[in-house]
Design a binder for this molecule. Structure first.
Ligand code: AMP
Length: 397
């Protein structure tokens, strides 16, 4: 277990907070959605309340290692001012004279927001000299940027190593602790539901979670790669041919070890990939060669619902079909509602499945909506997470 910010003495300390304030901007540089800023406020307020001097750093967009006014953090500073009564300073550089001077003069309860970390190519190169300069501004390091935890960047990895008085912010703590709890210590049965388009993105997740879960239900375009690997003719459905070999290996391993990977038994298919396409349902051994499957079918929905009903813990990532098209959203809707109805411990990750849950106004019925994208998948995959590895364990206290 990694330390939380609440385990650290922050009084009078200079605290460097690595946040994810990567907000979307319009052409004129206005913030179009400030959710990430708003979500960061509890961590910011907690640190300030302890009497710390707070230095915040983040990346914004992809400025490719050089200054670009379009990706300045200045609008973020202006937005923070709207939410906080504390004094907020903005540094026009990251580790330059302005940042250093303002960090040195910072008083308890004040905030300094640094310019975009990615204006320096050293950030993504995990450069030691750059990290040393960043770390020199602070006594304590808090990481709350869950979405970048799988990246070995200077502000995420090296700075944490250089500042061993470190811990997780509230957002990251919730992500790590909730997802880890579901994977490592679940109330059983643990039901994993995986969908979406790209098998290659999720193959590691299937491999890791099939060892831990009682059931892995597969849907989305992913399912067709597995069905083809089993020898079915899937017509014009999307198949990731490069992943066929691994899919076959996974199915063989699952069978040999008695793991329950469940594939669709029927699908909703159509001729063309279009929003108005009408759906016809076929058992998986009868998919016409000129059609493509865009959703799981009614028999599969019934099967998956009955398994979900018996579950106590759920991890769901990826829609069951092209839920953006009304005729192919039934599978995703049914799964979302079925998980919500159980009242179990439930985690949903991945932009599309989270969007589906929100569209159905079910967000309050899920235990946790993960924000991480690639970071969530890396955590579910059991991959090495530099940002987490670099943080200090609680027991080292
Ligand atoms: P991912 O980013 O891998 O979670 O994929 C999400 C996307 O997968 C969504 O935009 C869905 O429309 C798409 N998707 C899900 N099922 C299918 C399918 N059977 N065929 C094509 N696209 C699909």
């Amino acid at each position: 277990m990694k330390r939380m910010l609440t385990d650290l003495d922050l009084k009078g300390k200079r605290v460097l907070l690595r946040a994810d304030l990567n907000v979307p901007l319009d052409d004129k540089g206005n913030i179009t959605d400030d959710t990430r800023i708003y979500m960061e406020l509890p961590t910011i307020r907690y640190i300030l309340k302890q009497g710390a001097k707070l230095i915040i750093c983040s990346h914004l967009g992809r400025p490719k290692g050089e200054f670009n006014q379009k990706y300045s953090m200045f609008p973020v500073a202006q937005q923070l001012i709207k939410y906080l009564i504390n004094k907020i300073y903005f540094a026009v550089d990251v580790v330059g004279p302005d940042a250093m001077e303002k960090a040195k003069n910072l008083k308890e309860g004040e905030i300094l927001l640094l310019e975009n970390l990615r204006f320096h190519k050293e950030e993504e190169l995990n450069d030691l000299y750059f990290a040393k300069k960043l770390a020199s501004m602070a006594d304590v390091y808090i990481d709350d940027a869950f979405g970048t935890i799988h990246r070995k960047h200077a502000s995420i990895y090296r700075v944490a190593k250089l500042l061993p008085k470190n811990g997780m912010g509230f957002l990251m703590g919730k992500e790590i602790n909730t997802i880890t709890e579901a994977m490592e210590n679940p109330k059983r049965p643990l039901v994993v539901v995986l969908g979406g388009a790209k098998v290659s993105d999720k193959i590691g997740v299937v491999k890791n979670l099939m060892e831990k879960a009682d059931y892995v239900l597969i849907g989305g375009a992913m399912a067709f790669t597995f069905l083809k690997a089993k020898g079915y003719d899937v017509g014009k459905s999307i198949v990731d041919d490069e992943s066929l070999g691994v899919a076959r290996e996974i199915l063989e391993k699952a069978e040999a070890e008695g793991k329950k990977i469940v594939l669709p038994i029927d699908v909703a298919a159509t001729e063309t990939y279009s929003p108005n396409a009408s759906a016809r349902c076929y058992d998986v051994d009868k998919i016409p060669s000129n059609l493509m499957g865009l959703d799981i079918g009614p028999k599969t929905i019934k099967l998956y619902k009955s398994i979900i009903k018996s579950g106590k813990t759920f991890i769901w990532n990826g829609p069951m079909g092209v839920f953006e098209f009304s005729n192919f959203s039934k599978g995703t809707e049914a799964i979302a509602k079925a998980i919500a109805k159980t009242g179990g411990f439930s985690i949903v990750g991945g932009g599309d499945s989270v969007a589906a849950v929100k569209l159905l106004r079910l967000e309050n019925k899920f235990t946790h909506l993960s924000t991480g994208g690639g970071a969530t998948l890396a955590l579910l995959e059991g991959a090495e997470l530099p940002g987490l590895e670099a943080l200090t364990d609680v027991k080292e206290n």
